[in-house]
Structure formats: structure tokens, C-alpha cells
Design a protein. Structure first.
Length: 365
């Protein structure tokens, strides 16, 4: 019984509660800025309101920071470099994707605690990377709804991964010194670009909207190689020679994964013919702007703009009977009432509740 009553109540709602801007195909979208009618158009490139492609380039110093052989030894900083180029696609105003190529070189030093004969070792790492980066626009994601300030700065977060190839070499005063007795070999590594060279990176960037065509960004990235040989410390964790077992450079720290930091200054060139890029679009600002325009638009409401010429109390704007006899009662559309529906309006009907003929003033004969 209860189920039947529920269906009886909900059926009319389901029948008549239709979306006035609904569309029936997947390649169209409603124009919600219309007057409410189903004004639709094709959902294609011509319907886009914003640019969503860009090309970015940049570069700056790079340092081997979280490793056994690092760019910071005692009071000395060993400067490296890196550069990147990417093709960027903005998916929404808060998220985008970048296909990036990056290359560079780090320089680092270390000293073995148990082999003074090695002295201070100098190493370098040359790398090149291909990665896919996710880009989260924190400024758009966390922007306050009441913030109406100009939108020129944006904080971005990056997270992604890819494949990396690298070459390393380490030279010290012992293991790298040429000798045949005991034999010594160079401490080198050549990691080819492949699936086994997977790495991950994460970072932050601060962008400034210079113009509709160019953005400037300061970016810092943490790059983890998941590889103990990335710093140039060699392939193993010990070095066995006829002179004995001497701790090698990969045992200076307990970490099994070497990581570096890159500090970059870059440019983004926004592609497209539109005035605004999607990454700089704030939907809340657009909504509040439209609300502000509506709230501050002076609109004078005029009642009976066309007047009421027959003085029946119904404005001529919606009066369906503009020549109602004076004194006749009318309905909401301005038509004179005829209670008994005999064709004689109540004003002239002598028998208001009984249908009659027009010849007898609305009364039966």
C-alpha cells in the first residue's frame, strides 16, 4: 500500500520535472546562459572559450642532494645544471598534464671514512629523462569564494614519473688510480634509457601571468632515481681487492636510492586564439561577476505599460478582451464573467445561475 502511494506521488514529478536545457546527444551541450530555452550547440573546438595548450621551457642549477656522493661537501658547493622542455595540456582549471623532456649534469664529492688513501673523490652524473607530469593548480583549487582580487599569481604542484638514462664516473686517489698490481678499474656506470630506469619526481612552482601569451615560473623539483648508482658511487656496496675489503662510496649512507634537486626558471607560451588560458580561469570569479552585474543593474518595473483602456482592472498587456463593458466583472485574463455559460455576460444576465436565451436577457423562456 505504501509503495503504491509512493509511486502515485512520484510519477507526476518524474513525468513533468524535465530539464528545460536537456540535450539528447553526446556531442552537444546546453547554453546555460540563455533565457532557459534549449539553446544548444555543437561541443567542438569552436565552442571552446579558453586556450588549453602551451609549450614550456626552462632551466637552472641541479644538485645531487640525497645520496652518498653529494654536491655539497664540507663548505664547497658543486654546481650542476639542468634544462627541460614540455608540451602542456590543461584538462580543467585545476588540473593539467605535461609531457616533458629533461637533461642535465650534476657534480658531486665524497670522502671514504675508512680509506684515507682515496682522498676526496670527484664524481659527475649526466642524465636525460622523459616523463609525464600531473599539474595541480592549488590557487584555483583553494581560492576563497569571496576573493575578487586580480588573478596573476598561481601556486602549482607537480607529481609524475618516467624513464631516465644516465652516465656516471668517479675519480679518487686510490680506486681510480691506474694500477695493474693490484688491478684497478674506473668507477663508472652507464644506465640506458629503458623500463628498468623508472624514476619519480615531485615539486612546486610559482607562476606569474605576464600576458595572454606568456607565463613566467619559478620551479623546484625533487627527483628520485630509485637507483643507488645515480650519484656515481659505483655498482656495488663493497669493493673487494687483494688488499682487502674497503668500504666503497655506496656505503657512506644507508640509503638505497639517490635523489637530486633542480631549481628552474621557465617560460610557458600559451597557444590559441582566445583571450584567456584555462589555467588562469576562475569559475567563481565569473559567477560572482555575473551576480554583481545583475545586482547593480537598475531595472524599473513598470505596471500596465499599455494601460487599461476598458477599466476592467486587467492591464492591456495581458487583457484578452480589450473592450469589456463598463461595470462587468472579469476573470484574470480580462474576459467578462458568464457564470451559467449561456452566452449572456453576468452584467446583462437576469438569471445568472440559470442558462437562458440571449433574447430573454439570459433567462429561460
Amino acid at each position: 500500500m505504501k509503495l503504491g502511494l509512493l509511486l502515485l506521488v512520484t510519477l507526476p514529478i518524474a513525468t513533468y520535472a524535465q530539464d528545460s536545457i536537456a540535450v539528447s546527444t553526446s556531442d552537444q551541450y546546453p547554453n546555460t546562459f540563455s533565457s532557459g530555452s534549449a539553446n544548444i550547440q555543437k561541443f567542438d573546438n569552436k565552442a571552446r572559450k579558453f586556450n588549453d595548450w602551451s609549450i614550456s621551457i626552462g632551466g637552472g642549477p641541479a644538485f645531487m642532494t640525497f645520496a652518498d656522493v653529494t654536491s655539497f661537501h664540507e663548505d664547497k658547493i658543486n654546481w650542476g645544471w639542468n634544462a627541460y622542455a614540455s608540451v602542456d595540456k590543461q584538462i580543467t582549471h585545476t588540473f593539467g598534464l605535461s609531457l616533458q623532456y629533461q637533461m642535465g649534469e650534476t657534480k658531486q664529492q665524497a670522502q671514504l671514512p675508512t680509506n684515507p688513501a682515496a682522498g676526496i673523490a670527484n664524481a659527475w652524473t649526466k642524465f636525460h629523462q622523459v616523463s609525464l607530469l600531473g599539474d595541480v593548480n592549488f590557487s584555483n583549487l583553494l581560492r576563497r569564494v569571496d576573493n575578487k582580487s586580480p588573478f596573476r599569481w598561481a601556486l602549482h604542484g607537480y607529481l609524475g614519473g618516467g624513464l631516465m638514462g644516465f652516465k656516471t664516473e668517479l675519480i679518487d686517489a686510490d680506486a681510480s688510480r691506474w694500477s695493474t698490481n693490484p688491478p684497478r678499474i674506473p668507477i663508472m656506470n652507464d644506465q640506458k634509457l629503458g623500463i628498468e630506469s623508472f624514476f619519480m619526481q615531485a615539486g612546486l612552482g610559482l607562476k606569474y601571468n605576464v600576458s595572454k601569451l606568456i607565463d613566467v615560473e619559478a620551479r623546484v623539483m625533487y627527483i628520485n632515481s630509485f637507483d643507488e648508482e645515480f650519484d656515481g658511487g659505483g655498482e656495488g656496496r663493497s669493493l673487494d681487492t687483494p688488499a682487502g675489503d674497503r668500504i666503497n662510496y655506496n656505503l657512506i649512507n644507508d640509503s638505497y636510492s639517490d635523489a637530486m634537486m633542480a631549481f628552474n626558471l621557465g617560460l610557458s607560451f600559451k597557444l590559441g586564439k582566445h583571450q584567456t588560458h584555462l589555467s588562469w580561469h576562475d569559475p567563481l570569479q565569473e559567477i560572482y561577476y555575473r551576480s554583481h552585474v545583475l545586482e547593480n543593474t537598475a531595472a524599473e518595473f513598470v505596471v500596465c505599460e499599455k494601460g487599461d483602456n476598458d477599466n476592467d482592472g486587467v492591464c492591456d498587456d495581458w487583457d484578452r478582451e480589450l473592450n469589456t463593458p463598463s461595470g462587468a466583472r472579469v476573470d484574470g485574463s480580462g474576459i467578462a464573467l458568464d457564470m451559467d455559460l449561456d452566452g449572456v455576460i453576468d452584467l446583462y444576465d437576469k438569471c445568472v445561475t440559470v442558462a437562458g436565451s440571449t433574447d430573454n436577457n439570459g433567462c429561460p423562456k
